[in-house]
Design a protein. Structure first.
Length: 324
């Protein structure tokens, strides 16, 4: 079982140094330097702001996915959850409901999807890959049936726009909200029994069950958590666009997994680093932004992202073999 004491670092700085993701930090710095030469526009204030904004949905979801992957699970429904939650939120705004109620409705949809995922996995016994893939298809289908492929526009309430478009002290509000989500996730993962249970289950599910950890309840709670964060990302994206796009979140599953894995969280469970996930999410946004600045054909974007995932997983496996 995972060393529970190791999941309670004495300081955030200690955790950042011991997260096993120094290679990611180095790759990030090298990429930034290379972009400085290849695309001078990259370091303009406007472009850097855009990069941070683009990283927000992936980062918010990836913080929740860190719990799932650290628990040795997977959730392929995050992109569809984002789309469906954004649709519900936008629709309620257009119908004239108060902004807090509309946002709560969208987030509640994410919680329900996470709960369904957790029950299918723990109580019905369907593997996480199949269960979340089925929910992914169902959720996306509901979005397409309701919208007929046409965006829901008109979510332009000033209070709602503030969530995704305003600034506070020169910093985009979505970035501030993402930092708050990170702080909450950090506390849950490293300073609560819940977080220690998550990593213990990821390290050895059978041993965790034998020592009295309520594994089913913890798993359900983790899937609800990632569902809520996916929905919150949907609210942020919908506020930024002032519309719910039927195709919103497509391909986010890959970006989220890539951000978590290249950040240092092992697919085999029992190890998770939120610092690395944050860097990984920004790295994914930087890669996409760089491809756009360099006028790389969009069809090649998924090829690059897939290659990054393969390299990250291979590096993780190699590292584990070396330690063994």
């Amino acid at each position: 079982m995972a060393d529970i004491a190791a999941t309670r670092p004495r300081s955030p700085l200690t955790l950042a140094r011991s997260g096993g993701n120094a290679g990611v930090y180095l790759a990030f710095v090298v990429l930034l330097v290379a972009l400085g030469f290849a695309a001078p526009r990259f370091f303009t204030f406007g472009n850097l702001t855009d990069v941070l904004r683009q990283a927000v949905p992936i980062a918010v979801i990836a913080f929740g996915a860190t719990f799932v992957i650290g628990m040795r699970g997977i959730d392929l429904s995050v992109g569809s959850t984002l789309a469906l939650s954004g649709l519900v939120t936008a629709n309620l705004i257009v119908l004239g409901y108060p902004v807090p109620l509309a946002c709560a409705g969208g987030i509640a949809v994410g919680a329900v999807i996470g709960l369904v995922n957790g029950i299918l996995i723990t109580k019905v016994g369907i593997t996480d890959f199949i269960a979340t893939m089925a929910i992914m298809v169902i959720s996306r289908g509901i979005v397409m049936v309701y919208t007929q492929g046409i965006p829901i526009v008109g979510a332009s309430d000033p209070a709602f726009r503030m969530i995704g478009q305003s600034y506070a002290g020169g910093v985009p509000v979505p970035v501030i909200l993402t930092a708050i989500v990170f702080a909450i996730a950090f506390y849950l993962l490293y300073y609560t029994r819940f977080g220690r249970f998550v990593l213990s289950i990821g390290s050895n599910p059978d041993a965790a069950r034998l020592v009295g950890i309520p594994t089913d309840k913890v798993k359900i709670a983790v899937y609800v958590l990632v569902g809520v964060l996916s929905a919150f990302a949907g609210v942020l994206l919908t506020s930024r666009l002032e519309a719910a796009m039927p195709e919103a979140g497509q391909g986010y599953e890959l970006d989220v997994i890539a951000a978590v894995v290249i950040g240092g969280t092992g697919l085999s469970g029992g190890r998770a680093t939120l610092f690395g996930t944050a860097v990984g999410a920004v790295l994914m946004a930087v890669v996409r932004n760089a491809l756009n600045l360099l006028n790389v054909n969009t069809f090649w974007h998924q090829v690059v992202i897939g290659t990054i995932i393969l390299i990250a997983v291979a590096a993780d496996r190699f590292s584990r073999r070396q330690k063994a």
